[in-house]
Design a protein around this ligand. Structure first.
Ligand code: DP6
Length: 337
């Protein structure tokens, strides 16, 4: 049996940074699901054992350990997997050299394939529905992958202001959201396209014993609660303030941890400064977020697109590596292939 899914990447607005076993977050997070940045994965299940991975049609043995670890982690929920060989054929829409992590899109696509096969076999799902089960499985592969199972704004991690939120799976943001946020753009400025300087597992571990850990985890809950009014009212200014604060807090936590990591490059800072100057001068609603790397995600609503794209091309692109960027937007979530 073969099942296929296209599943998107996502960008966190309130960041997941810190976790405990088994892959449970130390604080709640919320993300925009992306559209153009996605992975297409076909998985063929045959009798047997083991895993084979093809990336763009070529054998990719370096992906096998990560997939094997994923299968081991999800096997207690899906013991039938022990009797199957998985032939996985995967393709990322974004180039490997872009420095964009494929774990959220790749592991969510694979989780969706596993749930399809479980349903085909008539295996019970210990979740509300197939998507929730896929989110639980994706989380066990990579925390942020749990959020890629749904489109739009997605919350992962239990927090009082979001009914139904849970550390074990993500869910679509349940509160009213102003239409302005349904059209948000995310232009990823590719500053550093090399290998990640800190793996996410090592990164999350930096929060164990971090001097600011308790305050940070509490702050994430406060930010989720504050977003409720901001998102309902369409207050883009407050939204960008909060989201930029989250990105800089993430980097502040990395800089102040032991060992310390400086993942921004001089070009990253130049882009952040240029965005703030431009926003101040023009009043255009444009801001940024960062993941645990040097690339900058430039955020703005559709209504600002024309002017913002001129600014991106003329002012920001010269700071990016070879002038490269990926123009993305909020997406509708995974699609079966
Ligand atoms: C900074 O989901 O990659 O992007 O659970 O160890 O796979 P693992 O970590 P991962 O961490 C993502 C961290 C982040 C913030 C976020 O996406 O919320």
């Amino acid at each position: 049996m073969t099942f296929g899914w296209q599943s998107p990447s996502n960008i966190a607005l309130v960041k997941y940074w810190g976790k405990r076993n088994p892959q449970l977050p130390s604080n709640p997070s919320i993300s925009f699901t992306l559209d153009a940045c996605h992975t297409k994965t076909q998985t063929t299940f045959t009798d047997g054992q083991g895993v084979r991975v093809l990336l763009d049609g070529q054998p990719a043995p370096n992906f096998v350990p990560k997939v094997q670890q994923f299968i081991e982690r999800i096997s207690p929920r899906h013991p039938w997997l022990q009797d199957y060989h998985l032939a996985i054929s995967t393709h990322n829409s974004f180039p490997h050299s872009s420095g964009i992590a494929s774990s959220a899109s790749g592991l969510s696509a694979l989780a969706l394939c596993v749930v399809d096969m479980a349903m085909h076999l008539g295996q019970p799902l210990n979740a509300k529905d197939a998507r929730q089960e896929a989110s639980i499985l994706a989380r066990l592969g990579s925390g942020s992958a749990s959020r890629s199972i749904y489109g739009g704004l997605v919350v992962w991690g239990g927090t009082p202001s979001v009914p139904g939120s849970d550390d074990h799976f993500a869910l679509p943001y349940p509160h009213p959201v102003h239409p302005l946020f349904a059209t948000f753009r995310d232009v990823v400025m590719l500053v550093d396209v090399g290998q990640k300087a800190v793996s996410s597992t090592a990164g999350h571990a930096l929060m164990e014993g971090h001097p600011f850990a308790a305050q940070r985890f509490a702050q994430a809950h406060t930010h989720l609660a504050r977003l409720q009014t901001i998102l309902a009212e369409g207050d883009v200014g407050a939204f960008l303030d909060l989201v930029e604060g989250e990105a800089l807090t993430l980097h502040g936590l990395m800089m102040s941890s032991s060992p310390s990591y400086l993942l921004m490059r001089p070009q990253t800072l130049a882009i952040l400064e240029a965005i703030r100057v431009y926003r101040k001068e023009t009043g255009l609603p444009i801001g940024f977020t960062l993941d645990a790397g040097a690339n900058v995600h430039v955020l703005f609503p559709e209504e600002a697109e024309q002017k913002a794209m001129v600014f991106v091309k003329d002012v920001l692109a010269p700071f990016a590596k070879d002038g490269r960027f990926i123009a993305d937007r909020i997406g509708a979530g995974p699609l079966p292939l």
